[in-house]
Design a protein around this ligand. Structure first.
Ligand SMILES: Nc1ncnc2c1ncn2[C@@H]1O[C@H](COP(=O)(O)OP(=O)(O)OP(=O)(O)O)[C@@H](O)[C@H]1O
Length: 338
């Protein structure tokens, strides 16, 4: 049978040098992205979402990196063993990345058309004329009106939402198998955010492209993802299909994230739930379960031993000693219902 797994991250750890000594930003994480699926990677700032995505593309400065452990396989090939020359080919060709801030991938000095065409000329060996024609089509695909006119415009002449579309067009130029989207809609206002998410969903269906969607926003997850991994302080604390996660979140951290989503039902305005405290620094990782300092249910077992990520059922895994009791005690989450 054909392996439907596009990306497999297997026991990945990423260790960095810092002024205060060596830190492990991502600790023994395993997950996969199927062909054509949208996987959400969720967590607060500092949980290791970006380090995970950057590891897939090996984007770190060599001087910061101590080493990787584990494997990252793209259709069976271990990317961590690839020479950098091969990684340069994979970036943009097989895996593309889009970021929160389009200015990191768009050059203010060149026209929009030139920048989309350049990606094609660079990776696909097509003529300049052909590349320009395809650039127009790609910009049309991303919903940019009158792309034949827009190709002559410079980035400063277009809005933030349009820049985001241009960045997506550049990322899609070579029809990558995997798109890594790191908070692609965070900086946009709500209506534009919805349009960009809608666009990504359409492109995912049309091109059968796997997407790894990195976000701190569970609303984005509910909107477009099929499965999700929840990260906390460099580890995966819960993994589930989206239906299960929203209907029955298991980890107290996931439950906290769910409870902090504002909801509009009913007359009464309720105070928003806030998970107490903040993500500890990597130099100060708690002994035992990493969530203990912020967990209202932590007891001596939690303080002394970190639980494994274990399957609760066929679609959901969780890393918590007491999740069954907590779910029973707290009951269903109204906030979690989509
Ligand atoms: N090059 C580096 N050297 C040392 N530490 C790093 C490096 N890159 C990231 N880190 C640390 O790794 C941890 C995880 O960072 P990461 O950027 O992955 O978090 P994140 O979940 O993506 O948060 P955000 O949403 O703010 O980007 C942080 O504590 C960060 O300081």
């Amino acid at each position: 049978m054909e392996n439907s797994k596009l990306l497999e991250v297997d026991h990945l750890s990423v260790h960095f040098h810092t002024e205060r000594g060596e830190v492990t930003a991502v600790q023994d994480i395993s997950f996969h992205v199927e062909k054509g699926e949208i996987l959400g990677v969720v967590g607060e700032s500092g949980c290791g979402k970006s380090v995970t995505s950057q590891a897939v593309l090996r984007l770190f400065d060599e001087k910061d990196l101590v080493r990787y452990d584990g494997e990252i396989r793209l259709q069976g090939r271990d990317l961590l063993k690839n020479p950098m020359s091969e990684m340069n080919h994979i970036r943009g060709n097989e895996i593309s990345m889009i970021f929160q801030d389009p200015s990191s991938s768009i050059n203010p000095l060149y026209t929009i058309g030139y920048q989309v065409a350049e990606a094609l000329i660079l990776h696909q060996n097509v003529s300049k004329k052909e590349a320009m024609e395809r650039a127009v089509e790609l910009l049309r695909l991303t919903g940019i009106p009158s792309p034949e006119k827009r190709i002559h415009e410079y980035p400063h002449e277009i809005s933030g939402g349009m820049k985001q579309r241009v960045m997506i067009a550049i990322a899609l130029a070579c029809e990558p198998k995997l798109l890594i989207a790191d908070e692609p809609t965070t900086a946009l206002d709500v209506t534009i955010q919805a349009q960009i998410l809608d666009l990504m969903l359409k492109l995912n269906k049309k091109m059968d492209m796997g997407i790894m969607m990195i976000t701190h926003d569970l609303g984005v997850v509910a909107e477009i993802c099929t499965r999700v991994v929840v990260m906390y302080l460099g580890q995966i604390v819960e993994e589930a299909d989206v239906e299960s996660l929203f209907n029955r979140p298991l980890h107290p951290y996931t439950r906290g994230l769910m409870k902090s989503i504002p909801h509009m039902e009913g007359e009464k305005k309720e105070e928003l739930y806030v998970i107490s405290g903040s993500v500890p620094s990597l130099n100060n990782v708690p002994k035992g379960c990493r969530f203990t300092p912020r967990c209202p249910y932590a007891d001596s077992t939690c303080h002394s031993k970190n639980p494994e990520l274990l399957a609760d059922n066929q679609t959901q895994k969780v890393r918590c000693w007491h999740y069954k009791d907590i779910s029973e005690e707290e009951g269903e989450l109204v906030y979690g219902n989509r």
